[in-house]
Ligand binder design. Structure first.
Ligand code: NI
Length: 135
């Protein structure tokens, strides 16, 4: 089994906020990320696909094709957008990196053929990142 990874980048704004909670509880839970008018992040997404490269091509999957799929189905829908307001597939979802990785998985899983989607890593900053493997 070989694991191939494509990295892409996007910038978005969001607000971490649970509408079922009081302002105090939101502030205690999310701190500055609860800022009412939002704030931005420069995200990196790394999508890993697993498979055995067939003899004919020697490639698990064409990385250019993988890049195109990530851009078409994810980046074009979130880049320079407000994640709470502008993104249909995140409606009603608190846009933490965890929830975003899960939402991205649900979309990409259907689009990747040949290899199998293995993991999605989402880097929200140099120090904070999450990984989801569909489990
Ligand atoms: Ni944030």
């Amino acid at each position: 089994m070989v694991y191939i990874t494509r990295k892409e980048h996007f910038s978005s704004s969001h607000r971490l906020y649970n509408p079922a909670w009081s302002d105090e509880r939101n502030w205690e839970t999310y701190g500055k990320c609860n800022n009412p008018n939002g704030h931005g992040h420069n995200y990196d997404i790394e999508v890993t696909v697993a498979g055995d490269p067939p003899a004919e091509t020697g490639m698990v999957m064409d990385l250019k094709k993988l890049s195109d799929l990530i851009n078409m189905h994810i980046i074009d829908r979130v880049d320079h957008k407000h994640l709470n307001l502008d993104v249909d597939f995140l409606r009603g979802v608190i846009p933490t990196a965890e929830n975003m990785a899960i939402a991205f998985w649900k979309i990409l899983e259907k689009e990747i053929h040949g290899g199998k989607l293995y993991s999605i890593k989402l880097n929200e900053s140099n120090n904070n990142f999450v990984e989801y493997r569909g489990e």
